[in-house]
Design a protein around this ligand. Structure first.
Ligand SMILES: N[C@H](CCC[C@H](N)C(=O)O)C(=O)O
Length: 280
């Protein structure tokens, strides 16, 4: 059955969003729907499918499925686009509201410039560092900081962080030179990640600038990853490569990330509507 959708992107990480206050997707095979909708030849084309849903515990609930149909706990670029849909479809008059996600209740705040939506600042909550909660096997409750991992016959040093979803951060001297299509899938599916992982290759430019490229769990190389940018900043600060605030330069744009004194990550970045339509 046909339904209306809007296409949004944040730093080139793009999503099909469905306002489920208006559309009924209950009973649909959501993983299969995500795979067909996200297909860039046979569908609309996107890195993920996001549902805007009511919630019993927050103003709204966000459900996010990757392009491969797998469900993720959280999506940073996605929640900024989610906030854009909530605003543009007049689901609330509030400029800051709560969203129930797999990473807990998070708080996007709309940013306006001359009355026009200019971006979103999101309280992304606290990072999770205990190995068993990321999860990474073999570390118990210990953090996973500068630990060895082998892939494609080479040894790397990883620092792992969860933002509700798992991230494996690897610091490199030259992000542009990383064979991301070779290393990404091997690390995503590495045996030490029972729920697989997102993989970030990060080059430190200076104490407040990071260049990062990402291989996403369930979506392959994307132009940007908001939770991955948060995880990368945490990993960089924990290993004394940067301070607790940095600009993360991704293939598709820049995000401002701060690991504040309240131990929460704050992410600020764009959210732009591309088009709306009816999916047959
Ligand atoms: N592929 C991710 C979800 C999307 C995260 C990313 N697009 C972001 O902006 O945080 C996962 O399976 O954990």
């Amino acid at each position: 059955m046909a339904f209306s959708f809007t296409k949004w992107q944040g730093c080139g990480n793009d999503f099909v969003l469905v306002n489920c206050f208006e559309e009924e997707l209950a009973g649909r095979d959501l993983p299969a729907l995500a795979r067909t909708v996200c297909d860039r030849h046979y569908g609309i084309g996107a890195d993920g499918l996001i549902l805007v849903l009511p919630s019993d515990t927050a103003d709204f609930r966000m459900q996010i499925l990757n392009a491969d149909g797998s469900e993720a706990e959280m999506c940073g670029n996605g929640i900024r686009c989610f906030a854009g849909v909530v605003h543009t479809e007049n689901l609330t008059r509030k400029e800051e509201f709560t969203v129930e996600t797999g990473a807990g209740i998070l708080v996007p705040r709309l940013i306006f410039q001359n009355g026009t939506l200019d971006g979103v600042r999101v309280d992304m909550g606290e990072p999770i560092l205990e190995g068993e909660r990321i999860p990474v096997t073999g570390f118990g409750r210990a953090p996973v900081i500068e630990q060895p991992i082998e892939a494609v016959g080479a040894q790397f040093s990883m620092t792992c962080v969860s933002m509700g979803n798992p991230h494996c951060v690897i610091f490199v001297d030259d992000a542009e030179a990383v064979p991301i299509f070779e290393l990404g899938p091997v690390l995503e599916h590495h045996a030490c990640f029972p729920r697989k992982t997102n993989v970030e290759f990060a080059e430190i430019k200076d104490s407040a600038h990071i260049r990062m490229r990402v291989w996403e769990r369930g979506a392959a190389v994307t132009l940007a990853c908001g939770t991955g940018s948060c995880a990368t900043l945490v990993a960089a600060a924990l290993t004394n490569r940067t301070g607790r605030k940095a600009e993360v330069e991704l293939d598709g744009g820049k995000l401002q990330i701060e690991w504040a004194a309240d131990n929460h990550l704050y992410m600020t970045g764009p959210a732009q509507k591309v088009f709306s339509g009816i999916y047959a």
